[in-house]
Design a protein around this ligand. Structure first.
Ligand code: HEM
Length: 364
């Protein structure tokens, strides 16, 4: 999606036009977010090419997500999704067999993963089946977390004002034709309030459930004086982020509420002590943990933070109705999306006055 960010913010004007629409009107903020999703994955009619897979993008189908969690007789119980997944794997196998992953314009993410897996002897068929998951994991959670951060930020004029002030200090605007450069590398240190707001959006939206099977009898302990638990070999253990992220013992009595400054250190104006922040860091598990900890976590943090910085500074979102924002229950352990029809209502996304001519760039 990094490539998509560049596409959105000025490299291809056609994409900006498509994203905003002719009058910038959208049924909700989710619409442009979903457009980014499509652009990353499937669309190649936007004056660009799909950001992940390059110009030889396989023809993807939708309706495959039920299979990601369903392991019981999938060909019977999730027939449509099963067929869709089989077609995706077949399309990817043709893609990998033709070595399209080595072509110019393919994201480094796709190129390096296939290089590494092939170096371990993984053949094209296995590679294709493995990579079907990427179509989902690399995009859907990232888009949903961006949605919530954007919605929470633009629903709070005071917060938006403070974020704009810190982002304005971090972004360099210069040159003829006015180029605004967001320094994606090292951005967090320059925009601590925005980074805290983004973590807070993830905290509330994350409903992932990491699962593990215990291989050997294992004792886990809550530390000195705390209880210990024996996890027997063969048992399945689940780590549900939603419960952990709303535990009042860790997050306080207002754990259900969005507080943009919750992750801010005192040095930056936050209210929590260093000890509390340490505890919260340990209880922040949107990316799972251990050996299978999400490998995209730093990547997605930078891409969404940089995108948010540009959106906050250069764009207005008119018409957002905070009373019409409601989070749905996620049924498959992915980041929560809004309840249908409760995504904040119709909005107009437009460039801010004085920022109409700016071309956005991201430095790495
Ligand atoms: C906000 C966005 C994201 C969230 C909330 C998220 C969350 C997760 C979670 C909960 C897991 C399972 C971890 C576990 O079982 O312990 C996971 C795995 C994974 N994620 Fe992410 N992820 C995000 C973005 C991404 C991106 C952008 C990529 C790639 C570009 C990515 C690639 C992967 C891969 C390949 C795995 C499987 C790791 C393994 O099984 O070893 N994720 N992610």
């Amino acid at each position: 999606m990094v490539d998509a960010i560049a596409l959105i913010f000025g490299v291809h004007q056609t994409t900006v036009d498509k994203l905003l629409g002719r009058d910038g009107m959208h049924p909700s903020i989710m619409a442009p977010m979903e457009y980014v999703f499509k652009l990353t994955l499937v669309d190649n009619d936007a004056g660009g090419i799909p950001a992940l897979w390059g110009e030889h993008n396989p023809e993807f189908d939708d309706n495959v997500t039920p299979l990601m969690m369903l392991g019981v007789l999938p060909s019977v119980l999730a027939r449509r999704a099963y067929r869709a997944r089989t077609r995706i794997a077949a399309a990817l196998e043709r893609y990998f067999s033709a070595r399209h992953d080595g072509a110019a314009g393919v994201s480094a993410f796709v190129r390096e993963r296939s290089r590494l897996l092939r170096s371990y002897g993984v053949d094209d068929g296995e590679l294709a089946r493995n990579e079907t998951a990427i179509t989902l994991v690399a995009t859907s959670n990232a888009v949903a977390t961006l949605f919530w951060c954007l919605a929470e930020l633009f629903a709070r004029p005071d917060l938006l004002r403070d974020v704009r002030a810190e982002v304005a200090r971090a972004v360099a605007v210069q040159g003829e034709g006015r180029r605004a450069t967001v320094p994606a590398a090292g951005l967090e240190a320059r925009v601590p309030l925005l980074a805290s707001a983004y973590r807070e959006a993830i905290r509330l939206a994350s409903q992932s459930v990491a699962s593990r099977r215990v291989l050997r009898d294992t004792v886990v302990s809550a530390g000195a004086g705390g209880p210990s638990y024996l996890l027997r070999a063969g048992t399945d253990v689940f780590l549900p982020a939603k419960q952990v992220h709303r535990d009042r013992a860790v997050w306080g009595a207002d754990a259900e509420r969005f507080d943009a400054r919750r992750f801010l250190a005192r040095a930056h104006g936050g209210g929590a002590s260093d000890d509390v922040l340490r505890l919260r860091r340990a209880a922040f598990v949107p990316f799972g943990g251990g050996k299978h900890l999400c490998p995209g976590r730093h990547f997605v943090f930078v891409e969404n933070l940089a995108t948010m910085a540009a959106l906050a500074l250069g764009f207005e979102l008119d018409g957002l109705d905070a009373a019409r924002l409601q989070m749905a229950e996620s049924r498959r352990g992915e980041t929560a999306k809004p309840v249908p029809g409760m995504a904040g209502g119709p909005v107009v996304l437009r460039r801010r006055k004085g920022w109409e001519d700016v071309v956005w760039e991201f430095s790495w």
